[in-house]
Design a binder for this molecule. Structure first.
Ligand SMILES: Nc1ncnc2c1ncn2[C@@H]1O[C@H](COP(=O)(O)OP(=O)(O)OP(=O)(O)O)[C@@H](O)[C@H]1O
Ligand SMILES: [Mg+2]
Length: 282
């Protein structure tokens, strides 16, 4: 660690949470993430509990998406990105050279900020993953597609136009289609990066209801700028912030506090969390 980052040591309050998830599916340990020489995320330690929704909140540029993308090796696709530390999934370090990142992404799916359906039919968007991965299905492909679309609360709206282009759907419908696509390969964990930021309040409510429903079967990790959303849907919340590097002035992201969502929003232990959730900062 360079001296330039020394002040961050004090600031990084990765404190022990008395009731941290007992059954973490994913754990980030001493996670440092760089883009080239830029230290984007400093020393994050976080455990994501099974069948829980964990929200990651904090001001723009504090590294939420960077951390999220590290949890399924999506940052591998960014040439300059480099990860130090470990991310374990059910105890296996996903950065071990023996681990296949494509396999990681099959278990840990992702839904992006902007709905990004494939230029294919509604049906094929959902069927594509199971087909290309040669997934063994317990039911027919048609039944599986229906199951996914029902889970994503979209079936009734699309059942009569499955062969139409995904682009014919509204933004909110496209996002639910992307969720249906994400669950089609039966992942264990779903990462969501501001999944509702392009949606109106009605579509947002539908996606939030969906997240709560999906929690029964999946572990969900969501990045959101919407604090009401974090408070409404998540079980635990991680608050990140960014501090300028004394030498370069670049802002390095760090985890300030991680706790039960009710605690973060009612009785946070760190002043920076208090300031952020009360709107005094960020
Ligand atoms: N591909 C990249 N190459 C270089 N730097 C990057 C890249 N992606 C992100 N960064 C930088 O890393 C830092 C963290 O970015 P990140 O996108 O993770 O923040 P964020 O918390 O998700 O912000 P927002 O809330 O605006 O989405 C920022 O300074 C950003 O400029
Ligand atoms: Mg982001």
């Amino acid at each position: 660690m360079s001296d330039a980052h020394a002040p961050l040591v004090e600031a990084s309050a990765t404190r022990t949470v008395p009731d941290a998830p007992l059954n973490p599916v994913i754990e980030a340990v001493d996670l440092n993430i760089y883009y080239g020489s830029f230290h984007a995320v400093y020393d994050v330690n976080l455990a994501y509990g099974k069948n829980e929704i964990t929200a990651m909140i904090g001001p723009s540029g504090c590294g939420k998406s960077t951390v999220l993308r590290c949890l399924n090796r999506m940052n591998d696709l960014v040439a300059s990105a480099r990860v130090e530390g470990t991310v374990t999934y059910h105890g296996i370090n996903i950065y071990d050279p023996k681990v296949d990142p494509i396999e990681v992404r099959r278990h840990i799916g992702m839904v992006f900020q902007k709905p990004n359906p494939f230029p294919k039919s509604i049906y094929d968007n959902v069927a594509y993953g199971p087909k290309v991965t040669g997934m063994k299905l317990e039911s027919s492909l048609d039944e599986h597609v229906e199951w996914c679309l029902r889970k994503a609360a979209l079936w009734d709206e699309v059942k009569d136009k499955l062969k139409e282009s995904a682009f014919s759907l509204s933004g909110g419908q496209q996002q639910r289609l992307c969720i249906a696509r994400a669950i089609a390969t039966k992942p264990d964990v779903i990462l969501m990066d501001e999944p509702c930021s392009a949606l109106d309040p009605i579509a947002t409510a539908a996606v939030e209801d969906l997240m709560v429903e999906l929690r029964n079967d999946y572990t969900i990790i969501i990045v959101t700028h919407n604090m009401q959303q974090a408070a409404r849907v998540s079980d635990r919340t991680a608050f990140f912030t960014a501090r300028p590097d004394e030498t370069t002035g670049n802002r390095t992201g760090l985890l300030v506090e991680f706790d039960k969502t009710t605690t973060i929003f009612s009785n946070p232990s760190d002043q920076r969390t208090e300031d952020y959730i009360s709107g005094r900062f960020g």
